[in-house]
Design a protein around this ligand. Sequence first.
Ligand SMILES: [Zn+2]
Length: 268
Amino acid sequence: MLNSLRVVCSARAALVRTSRLSAARPGHSLSSSLLPRGDTWPCSMAPVKDRGLSYHTSLSHSPRNFCTGQVHPNCWRCQQPLDKIPAFFCQSCEAVQPPEQGASYFEIMACDHTFTLDAHKLQRRYLQLQRALHPDNFGQKSVTEQEFSESQSALVNKAYTTLLKPLSRGLYMLELQGMRIEEGTDSGADTEFLLELMEINEAVDEAQTPEEANKIGQDTKGKLADLTERIDAALREAELQTARALLAQMKYHANIEEKVKEKLREFM
Ligand SMILES: [Zn+2]
């Protein structure tokens, strides 16, 4: 009895799959029709026709795995569809939601996906989210909600600190493009650049007055502003190696900026 039931079930499943398959067939373009013509695949799912037999499995994935970017999940508590991605709260029952796995830090912080993002907007969003997600708000709520609020709050912290500093923001943007850079590996800095940096470092050490230190600080600020523009342009053009080399330079100048601040404190 059990066996025959299983047969019926799997046959039914196959039938469902087949009918989905044929519904999806025209032009093989179920997913590609959801993308602008000529666009690249935004996530790991390759075009259906290239995947041969794995066609079935990709179709049976949950809707969230499709590359549409438009499928809204439902609230875990009341099952109502959520109105946005990522959703921190359900607009119907107000329950806090679990973190949205695929959301980028830019999406979480509702900031434009650019290197030159609006830092004030980032700050405002951060304060607003942390107020809403603060553990004190969940003392009387279920354990699930307490856990979700904690993980959301941790995620917001991580997103905020990553996007706040240009250096970590830039490295994160490279990471989103598939370029991973290990901490402490400084490729792209040539000897000439390093010599120049050594000279500036020495000049900071040897500065005798706040004016001298300030002058170096101003120069460094200018260099950082220039680098910001060039990194922004490189990222916009998807010139990742260039962006990476410029970010390495930025790191050195940012260190000098810190050193100048320290020096100025010594004069106080
Ligand atoms: Zn709900």
